[in-house]
Design a protein around this ligand. Structure first.
Ligand code: HEC
Length: 505
């Protein structure tokens, strides 16, 4: 009997082996060069039906905006280290990988949909806020915490801003976008991811509260200064989504439809605390929107017609005026938010990055300084007359700029080009470069954020083997180095909820 069993088992072996091998051999893949079929066979399990995402990110043309086709092809061939994205180079030939790449950059035959039902089905409540203590449970100063986004491995770390020790670390959704935002008391922090996932995290209890997928491709979010509403700006579908900030349940969807009927992508949303309103930048229609959240809001947009497509906003400290990049103005345009009228054009060279610009006081006047992503210079403007006061040459185009009311320097990176390991310290009064640091030579020095008291700052070295450096603002001495994988932004709770000068909002 035993012999028969053994014989049967052996007889069964070749067939089983054959099936197993057949799964591994690229035979089935080679049988078709049809990219859609390849996608279904190899990629759908993770990247989802219609490429909307799943365990892996969405792979729609909108999703891949920041990834060059050649890089996407390399990812498919070689995989991404330390992730579920395996290498397909041994399974698919070059023609198939090329076909798949082309396919990913082509819009799907049927435009992707994200219905109310999809949105609601994605909503997850992870903790009941009413059952959690409403005081900080971590012993650190709740207004001097830092939320650090580690882009290289999609992690978020919460740091104590006095001791520079880590209090918590968690996985974020793929590719956070646009900087986390805070509730007015600093207890809750909100994240938006490229693929539309919005999450709310409780900094008092160091725990995630809720998440929802508010769209398929999202730019950023804003939180009202009464802490009631979160507004999400989406590229796909082109709309705004209002969520209840307490649990991220859906309140309202507002198609970003211009007066001419065009459905626009939403470039960015902002909160304007003194106005009790959200301000919205639209990519494809020549309008700026303001949505009041005072009283019992209806979220009907007030439309401010513009003479150009306006993008990338910055605001005066009182939020009366808005500064936007404008191609027609060959630089920036200033809009008065009360009258809705364009006040002036500000011709600026290259491509100013106004959203990263900061303001400070110089000789009793507010000045505004902006980095430039295409030229090595910082433009400094008088915020009264909007005249250019100074053009400060730098070692290359930059991305971020930061300061603190108690710091004499404005810190700006040289994000692009061969000198991207340099960081300039601009004297806020003389408007000259006072120091140039190279914190980790050969590695990209980037975003800076100050502690609440301005005595220290955290600097990102944006590299796979990068680090977060803690620097003393007066002596410029490095006092701590925390290794990290591409730390991007970091956000100080007190500075952010105070909308203080020197940081972007
Ligand atoms: C086992 C799950 C899984 C499978 C199967 C899979 N991927 Fe991925 N893929 C991922 C994950 C997870 C990432 C994100 C990796 C990271 O953290 O950067 C990713 C990333 C990518 C990216 C980079 C996206 C970006 O925005 O950076 C591309 C392109 C991609 N995958 C294409 C494919 C293709 C084409 C296939 C099929 C041949 C495939 N993937 C199969 C999980 C998977």
């Amino acid at each position: 009997m035993r012999l028969i069993m053994t014989l049967l088992a052996i007889a069964a072996l070749p067939a089983a082996t054959f099936v197993a091998l057949d799964l591994c051999i690229p035979k089935a893949a080679a049988a078709t060069s049809d990219a859609d079929a390849l996608y279904r066979q190899h990629c759908l399990a993770c990247h989802g039906e219609n490429r909307l995402g799943g365990a892996g990110p969405a792979l729609l043309p909108e999703s891949l905006g920041r990834l060059k086709p050649a890089e996407a092809k390399k990812v498919i061939r070689d995989g991404r280290p330390a992730s579920q994205m395996a290498a397909y180079g041994h399974l698919l030939d070059d023609g198939q990988i090329q076909a798949l790449t082309d396919y990913l950059y082509t819009p799907p035959a049927v435009a992707p949909q994200w219905t109310d039902a999809d949105l609601r089905a994605s909503h997850r409540l992870l903790a009941d806020v009413r059952k959690l203590p409403d005081t900080p449970q971590h012993g650190a100063d709740p207004l001097n915490l830092f939320v650090v986004v580690e882009a290289g491995n999609h992690q978020v770390r919460i740091l104590d801003g006095d001791r520079f020790e880590e209090l918590a670390k968690f996985q974020s959704h793929f590719a956070l976008h646009g900087g986390p935002k805070f509730s007015p008391d600093g207890r809750f922090v909100y994240f938006a991811s490229r693929d539309g996932w919005i999450s709310v995290y409780d900094l008092h209890n160091l725990t995630m509260i809720a998440e929802v997928r508010a769209g398929l491709n999202t730019r950023n979010l804003a939180v009202s200064n009464d802490g009631r509403w979160a507004l999400v700006g989406n590229y796909l579908p082109g709309e705004l989504v209002v969520l209840d900030a307490r649990d991220l349940s859906l309140v309202k969807r507002i198609p970003a439809k211009g007066l001419d009927g065009t459905i626009s992508r939403v470039s960015a949303v902002y909160t304007a605390p003194p106005r009790d309103s959200f301000v919205v930048a639209l990519k494809d229609v020549q309008e700026v929107w303001e949505l009041s959240y005072a009283g019992t809001p209806t979220f009907e947009p007030r439309r401010i017609p513009a003479a150009d497509f306006l993008d990338d906003f910055s605001f005066t400290p009182d939020y009366r005026q808005l500064l936007a990049t404008s191609r027609k103005a060959k630089g920036g345009q200033v809009i008065d938010l009360d009258s809705g009228k364009a006040l002036t054009d500000i011709p600026l060279p290259g491509m100013p990055h106004l959203g990263s610009g900061i303001y400070w006081q110089r000789d009793g006047q507010w000045v505004f300084a902006t980095p430039n992503v295409s030229q090595g210079l910082i433009s400094v403007l008088d915020m009264q007359s909007w005249k250019l006061i100074e053009e400060i040459p730098t070692e290359g185009p930059g991305f971020f700029m930061r300061s603190h009311a108690d710091s004499k320097y404005a810190w700006t990176d040289v994000f692009f080009g061969p000198n991207n390991d340099a960081i300039h310290l601009i004297d806020k009064q003389s408007l000259k470069v006072a120091h140039t640091l190279r914190p980790m030579p050969g590695k990209n020095a980037a975003h800076v954020e100050f502690t609440r008291d301005g005595k220290h700052l955290l600097l990102s070295v944006w590299d796979t083997d990068g680090a977060l450096l803690v620097i003393e603002s007066d002596t410029l001495k490095e006092i701590k180095r925390i290794p990290m994988n591409k730390p991007s932004g970091k956000y100080n709770v007190g500075n952010k909820i105070g909308f203080v000068e020197g940081t972007s909002h």
